[in-house]
Design a protein around this ligand. Sequence first.
Ligand SMILES: [Zn+2]
Length: 183
Amino acid sequence: MLSGSMSSTPSHVRSLKSKYMAGPKKSRHAAQEFGPGQREFLLCSEGEAVYYKKSWHHMTTLQAAKNIDKKRIAFVLCPAHRMKKDNVFEGEVIIENIPLNKKDQLVRTIRNVGDRAYRADVLDRILELLMKNDEVRVTTTENQLAKKIAKKVKAVYKTASVKYIFSRAGDLDIVRIRITFPQ
Ligand SMILES: [Zn+2]
């Protein structure tokens, strides 16, 4: 168990090398079904993401979508929605003992960090944000996003303590972060 310090991995290095982010070309199933010359665009059936030119993009970056031949489009689940469906994550942040008057602002802060990551990369996102009494639990597709959230929360609420636990499950590099407000 490691705790207290941030990983030295540069933030621009994509953390996710798992099967979820490998891309359709590397997935045998997808390669068979949507091989070259068959389907050029893979749209997430849950919305938001589109795969073309070997990576996932925001749907809005797909220009002139109306003019695209429907035969060139296939619907799949994007890696983020697949992670959600399989109930897996790379990052988890649990914040506990939150003073009631700080909870709303804290959640806004977390969502802001998540929105910024999502705008930069359609697969880099908050999977789930759950609130229960004085506790908030957030899961993310990428471990770097969980670290960013923890760093931001610590920057705003300096008295909170932060603990990191790193683990590996299959090909997922998981970070679990626990942030505790003082009693
Ligand atoms: Zn999706």
